[in-house]
Design a protein. Structure first.
Lengths: 252, 263
């Protein structure tokens, strides 16, 4: 049984100029412990789809199941990381940000601080446990956000272009770190990006989306061995193939 | 951001400005252009202040003014803060309170003095009511703005991690709106402090710095009036710097939610 199942998921918005389809009939599965990237040009509904999986938006049609159960809203079986650095609570230290989800689960302070510190160690930030977010760089803030989303041990990690606002060098480091963290935690990950190289580096499978209305165009499995070498011939060939899928006009 | 090294320098600048203004005043006062009874020299004012402090009357007046302010402020914040937060959270409350606040806010608190005297009688109750009125609106409006200015991404992150409505309020919305809440507290205190002096002149009998100024007018004691004015200014300044300044440094400045003022 797939971990996440989407069947003909659609979402239409009511706007002053009438109904607009954000997502139209999207269907795909995500297996247990699989890393799936949603890739597509802006306006293809990939972030909308992620928000539907997160439970922030309810689909107007279709079905979404996680672990076989229909999704009706937010739940703590999903952790989420946004693109915006401001997602951390500025009034809480890195440690206390990471501990927030554990606090919500009613864990006692020593216990949740122990787990939070462990998670910070996973993203190599244990030295900055007592720092407030505004003293951390953008890349460090995103690492805290990843630790925070993993700390309460959700089965699914949802990521909405978490590294898009970082400089290229930091982004490479972060991708390497995330691949490592995922490898160790074996979470099911749905990762939204518009960066082809990033998708090829991270994903087991790429779901390619096309806009107007947002729908699944095709899916591409990436079976390159890990850790992946972005300069290898196979990697570049994969990147080329994915780019081809993205730019090819849809079949009539 | 102002560093700790900048602070002594800004203090020097404040001191320099005060000395220049003091010297100018002293020059005019000693020139004899105006009668000395109307424009007393600084040593005379200092002597009046020292006399008041030594016989204990000035501290007693200051204390009664301060207690009126703190009581009125507490009531004003006690009403304005929760009501403002509710306005920011719930549309019907906003729809009901906002037009009301819009209509009442432009009325100067001193315009209410005769009305409050009629309702509460001369004395403390009327003065406290005026202070409450003055403190209420800045707190209300800032709490309202603060709640609406909370970054929506904090709410989404919080609820994604399992925070319910109640927890979101205490652990996200309240700290998230703190920059505005502190501005609200500051402005409420300032308005209350301004209002209390006027209220005491008209409504309170016998005690309070406002009453001291008003009473000194009867005896043409400009030195006492100026001494009382100086005490009013000093207490207000001390509150602004010590209470609200340290509150800000311990919270929103430390968290990087607001930037430090340039000295």
């Amino acid at each position: 049984m797939p971990h996440i199942e989407l069947r003909d998921v659609s979402l239409t918005y009511d706007t002053p100029s009438g109904r607009v389809a954000g997502v139209a009939g999207a269907s795909f599965n995500v297996e247990q412990s699989e890393f799936v990237c949603l890739v597509g040009p802006s306006g293809c509904g990939k972030s909308t789809l992620l928000n539907i999986i997160a439970g922030f938006l309810l689909p107007t049609a279709g079905e979404l199941r996680i672990g076989g159960k229909p999704v009706t809203g937010r739940d703590i079986d999903r952790g989420i990381v946004f693109q915006d650095f401001a997602q951390l609570f500025p009034w809480r230290t890195a440690l206390s940000n990471v501990a927030f989800g554990l606090e919500m689960r009613g864990l006692r302070r020593p216990e949740r601080e122990r787990i939070a510190l462990e998670q910070l160690r996973l993203v190599k930030l244990e030295k900055f446990a007592k720092a407030y977010p505004h003293h951390l760089s953008g890349g460090m803030q995103q690492r805290v956000a990843i630790a925070r989303a993993l700390a309460y041990d959700p089965a699914v990690l949802l990521m909405d272009e978490p590294f898009a606002a970082l400089d290229a060098l930091t982004r490479d480091d972060m991708q390497r770190l995330l691949a490592e963290v995922w490898h160790r935690s074996r979470k099911t990950v749905v990762y939204v990006t518009h960066n082809v190289a990033e998708a090829v580096y991270l994903a087991d499978r790429v779901v390619v989306m096309s806009p107007h209305p947002g729908t699944v165009k095709c899916q591409l499995s990436i079976s390159l061995p890990r850790p992946r070498d972005p300069l290898s011939v196979e990697f570049l060939a994969c990147q080329k193939e994915l780019l081809g899928h993205l730019t090819r006009p849809p079949e009539p | 951001m102002s560093t700790s090294a900048d602070r002594p320098r800004s203090r020097w600048r404040v001191a320099a400005a005060l000395i220049v203004i003091g010297a100018l005043y002293e020059g005019v006062a000693r020139s004899g252009t105006f009668p000395a009874a109307l424009l007393p020299t600084l040593p005379t004012v200092a002597r009046a202040m020292a006399d008041g402090i030594i016989d204990g009357s000035l501290p007693a007046h200051a204390l009664s003014t301060l207690s009126r302010v703190l009581l009125g402020l507490a009531i004003g914040i006690g009403i304005g803060l929760p009501l403002g937060v509710l306005m920011g959270r719930y549309r019907p409350v906003e729809n009901f309170v906002l037009p009301l606040a819009g209509a009442l806010m432009p009325i100067p608190s001193l315009a209410w003095v005769p009305v409050f005297i009629l309702w509460f009688g001369l004395g403390n109750a009327a003065a406290v009511a005026i202070v409450t009125y003055a403190a209420l609106f800045p707190m209300l409006l800032n709490a309202w703005s603060g709640v609406r200015a909370v970054n929506p991404i904090w709410l989404r992150a919080g609820s994604a991690m399992g925070a319910g409505e109640h927890t979101l309020f205490w652990k996200v919305i309240l700290p998230g709106s703190l920059p505005f809440l502190i501005i609200g507290l500051r402005q409420a205190f300032l308005r209350a402090w301004i209002a209390v002096v006027g209220a005491e002149m008209l409504a309170a009998s016998d005690w309070g710095l406002g009453w001291v100024i008003f009473d000194a007018k009867e005896f043409l004691r400009a030195d006492i009036m100026l001494a009382a004015l100086a005490v009013i200014g000093l207490i207000g300044f001390a509150f602004e710097r010590l209470v609200f300044g340290s509150l800000e440094r311990a919270t929103v400045l430390r968290w990087g939610m607001v930037r430090a003022q340039e000295p």
